[in-house]
Design a protein around this ligand. Structure first.
Ligand code: NAD
Length: 296
């Protein structure tokens, strides 16, 4: 396979390296010189534009910050759809709104180019280890066609439905995660304020009905879970600003279909506040700071 990889940042850089390790030829482009340097050191072919990369490839993968970058790389004046051959495959793994990828896929369809959304979970560690989960929105034929390339970067490939549904799955999951993390932070902080030992409280929650991933594996109170970011000053995790971005996508998508997301709105405001107060780069479990500045 000849693969063009556009967006070689924290996630894309490692994903492209896994393709190279598997013996694929990868043509890469990024706006960052540092990202390109790492890619070249790993054996990638550096190109001077997304079009230059796409011209040499049968498969294009994008891993970009947000919808505007994705739209530009596919449909912009120098977008890749203008130069790809009929029969090419495109996979967007960025986390964006479902409508953008549907629009791009429609343009692709008219040129006989198959396009799918395949956002990921598993974070930077999963990207490095090649253990990502891909949530794939595609017709059956496109899903079968992208499986071999995605399996070089991930362990779990979930076909969610037609194009756009991968993004729906991703943003709904992260909506629940943002809310559940905030709920655990609220309960833990209240309990401690009322005088219970945090270890005792977490023990009760984790063997009772309040138990969830945020309480059991990733508890936002320090030293409940040794490997959670809360136990190392909320560093090296999933940044609060990325959670804020994902909550924004969920709230926006809900507004488009006039569906209520009451808790989502509230938690979005709390993450906005957290980021404005300087914690944007800390792990999202630092939402605890909205309840107490210094958990013991
Ligand atoms: P990042 O900022 O580290 O990487 C994005 C890269 O895209 C950067 O290197 C940037 O220079 C490049 N870029 C921007 N515009 C470009 C353009 N027009 N052409 C080429 N390159 C361009 O971000 P990341 O952490 O790798 O995240 C990428 C996507 O994955 C985001 O949508 C994010 O929400 C999603 N995601 C991230 C994580 C995570 O833990 N970091 C987890 C799941 C999903």
């Amino acid at each position: 396979m000849k693969i063009a990889f556009i967006g070689l940042g924290n996630m894309g850089g490692s994903m492209a390296q896994n393709l190279l390790k598997a013996g694929q030829t990868v043509f890469g482009f990024d706006l960052s010189e540092v990202a390109l340097q790492h890619f070249a050191e790993a054996g990638g072919v550096v190109c001077e534009s997304p079009q230059a990369a796409a011209k040499q490839a049968d498969v294009v993968i994008t891993m970009l910050p947000a919808a505007k970058h994705v739209r530009d790389v596919y449909l912009g004046e120098k977008g890749v759809l203008a130069v790809l051959k009929a029969g090419s495959l495109c996979i967007d793994s960025s986390t964006i709104d479902p409508q953008t990828i549907k629009d791009i896929a429609a343009v692709g369809r008219a040129k006989q180019i198959s396009i799918c959304d395949a956002p990921v979970s598993g974070g930077t560690l999963g990207a490095k280890d090649g253990t990502l989960t891909f949530m794939i929105g595609a017709d059956e034929a496109t899903f079968n066609a992208v499986k071999p390339v995605l399996s070089l970067m991930g362990k779990n490939l979930v076909h969610c439905g037609d194009v756009g549904t991968g993004q729906v799955a991703k943003i709904c999951n992260n909506l629940i995660l943002g809310i559940s993390m905030t709920a655990v932070a609220e309960g833990m902080a209240l309990g401690v304020k009322l005088g219970i030992d945090p270890q005792a409280l977490a023990g009760v929650i984790n063997s009772s009905t309040g138990r969830c991933w945020s309480s059991e594996i990733y508890n936002p109170w320090p030293h409940i879970c040794d490997n959670a970011p809360a136990s190392r000053g909320y560093t090296d995790g999933f940044a609060a600003q990325l959670m804020l971005k994902d909550l924004g996508l969920a709230v926006e998508a809900a507004e488009q279909v006039e569906h209520p997301v009451v808790l989502g709105h509230q938690v979005q405001k709390m993450y906005q506040q957290l980021c404005q107060e300087g914690d944007a780069h800390l792990d999202f479990s630092s939402i605890m700071h909205q309840y107490t500045t210094q958990p013991a």
